[in-house]
Design a protein around this ligand. Structure first.
Ligand code: PGA
Length: 246
């Protein structure tokens, strides 16, 4: 049995008080529930406040980005060791907003993935096609190439012990969620690409997940949880989604 995982990507929202408050509400209601692994991804500057709010609970914390470099003259960057020092266990790698808005290539994403595993963080590798790529029926090729770039860098077994999130770019923040069939089709292709080594790898769906759409998505065979953006900023809505992954 694969333990489901539901992650909340808070993106660039909130302040220290709202971050602590949201984490505290989740800690109160999900603090000792082991049925689903809950991971919160606040902005860097709220990591320590969120970590404090979920102390002594089973809720894990992660960062939204990581430098591919381990230390040095990289103004504005945050290393993997710094994230571990802040109490992170996870990190998002290759989110489509990083790929698109900050020009992260497949190669850069692969290096970040490696940097994360080098310090013991679990990367959540985000992959997904644009609307145009879907319309041109390139979805499976695009996703396979994004994953292959990381396999080339760290090897198949290391990719399989991470988490992969399929997030169609056209579904992120748009309110337009992939149908369960569309999502399952890509998830099963990812599972096939990983082969024997990936039978236990957690594959998440992300893109406008809400409590109203999560139930059907989470019952698909190769969907083991979700990466939730907007709906993770509201405690009750996020908890409702997490419960549906049980
Ligand atoms: P969304 O974001 O749920 O707001 O679409 C998901 C994500 O970007 O990870």
């Amino acid at each position: 049995m694969i333990k489901p995982l539901v992650a909340g990507n808070w993106k660039m929202h909130g302040n220290t008080a709202t971050a602590s408050n949201l984490a505290a509400q989740l800690a109160e209601q999900w603090g000792d529930n082991l049925a689903v692994e809950m991971v919160l991804f606040p902005p860097f500057v709220h990591l320590s406040a969120v970590k404090a709010a979920v102390a002594n609970t089973v809720i894990a914390v992660g960062a939204q980005n990581i430098s591919q470099h381990s230390s040095g003259a990289y103004t504005g960057e945050i290393s993997g060791a710094m994230l571990v020092d802040q109490g992170c266990d996870f990190v998002l790698v290759g989110h489509s907003e990083r790929r698109e808005l900050f020009s992260e290539s497949n190669q850069t994403v692969a290096e970040k993935f490696k940097a994360a595993q080098d310090v013991g963080l679990t990367p959540i590798l985000c992959v997904g096609e644009s609307l145009q790529q879907r319309q041109q029926e390139q979805t499976l090729d695009v996703v396979a190439a994004q994953i292959a770039a990381v396999i080339d860098c760290v090897g198949l077994n290391n990719v399989c012990r991470a988490v992969i999130a399929y997030e169609p770019v056209w579904a992120i923040g748009t309110g337009e969620v992939a149908s369960p069939e569309q999502a399952q089709q890509v998830h099963s292709a990812i599972r096939a690409q990983l082969g024997e080594a990936g039978v236990e790898t957690r594959l998440l769906y992300g893109g406008s997940v809400k409590a109203s759409s999560a139930a059907e998505l989470f019952t698909q065979q190769d969907i083991n949880g979700g990466l939730v953006g907007g709906a993770s900023l509201e405690a009750q809505e996020f908890l409702n989604i997490v419960k549906l992954a049980e």
